[in-house]
Design a protein around this ligand. Structure first.
Ligand code: ADP
Length: 236
């Protein structure tokens, strides 16, 4: 095994162990001392168990998606991008109840030839980051449009932004940037690395712009005819 693979496994194991230890600890405390714990503390502990479980699910989904990407050739199918955005936003909304989500989805957007699971993971990572790195009460805007022969998906936030000196670290594996929200939020610096891999695997491009008033992540996918998509699937 190469040093990089060993490093990857060590980091992932640590990332898995931390939430699991916390889930086990709080469940044991609740089970062993149920009658002695105040109601408000019970609620707090169950909240932590839920939060840590979400963190685990997110991490495991990202890791599975990477191994899937490496292991198999993909099947591109006609995907209704707007519908997937709506599904993702419904899920994320339930985790960030104090954020607002505004969708500006193009009517009659042609179906894109993509892998639905990968697109779902890409959007989950971007909308989750837009929410995580902006304060409660802020808005996240998600839009779709056609630009030449490309489908363009934008995720815009009113968050803390990304400093120019950090631009080249953003898509690196396990890199989290220094800011006041990174220390308060959970993450492992895998999300954007995996997002970029998935976008590029489907012949797309990802880019971003950022300032102190927020960031915009833009994903472009080519619009293919079905014959072209078939050739792409066979080549990948
Ligand atoms: P994670 O969120 O798990 O730390 P990511 O790979 O998704 O990992 O992101 C890497 C780092 O990039 C984050 O730790 C954060 O500092 C920064 N980042 C990502 N998205 C945004 C965003 N929309 N606004 C500001 N910073 C961001």
């Amino acid at each position: 095994m190469s040093t990089i693979e060993e490093e990857f496994i060590a980091t992932v194991s640590h990332e898995l162990r931390t939430p699991l230890t916390s889930i086990r600890g709080f469940s044991q405390t609740l089970l062993n001392s149920w009658d002695k714990i105040k109601d408000e503390d019970k609620k707090k502990f169950i909240g932590i168990i839920e939060e840590q479980s979400n963190r685990l699910i997110h991490l495991v989904e990202n890791i599975l998606m990477v191994s899937k990407t490496n292991a198999e050739s993909q099947i591109l199918k006609k995907v209704n991008v707007n519908k997937i955005i709506e599904n993702v936003v419904t899920l994320i909304k339930s985790q960030y109840k104090n954020h607002k989500y505004e969708l500006q989805l193009m009517n009659n957007l042609p179906p894109a030839l993509l892998d639905e699971d990968k697109l779902q993971q890409i959007l989950t990572n971007l909308v989750d980051n837009a929410s995580k790195y902006s304060d409660a009460g802020k808005s996240v805007y998600i839009s779709t449009q056609i630009f030449k022969n490309l489908i363009c998906i934008k995720v815009k936030d009113e968050g803390i932004g990304i400093k120019p000196e950090d631009y080249d670290k953003l898509f690196k594996k396990f890199s989290r940037l220094e800011n006041h929200l990174t220390s308060k939020t959970q993450g492992n610096g895998l999300g954007l690395y995996i997002t970029k891999e998935l976008v590029e695997k489907m012949n797309g491009k990802i880019s971003f712009t950022s300032s102190e008033s927020g960031s915009i992540f833009e994903v472009l996918f080519p619009i293919y005819s079905e014959e072209e998509a078939l050739k792409c699937s066979q080549a990948s």
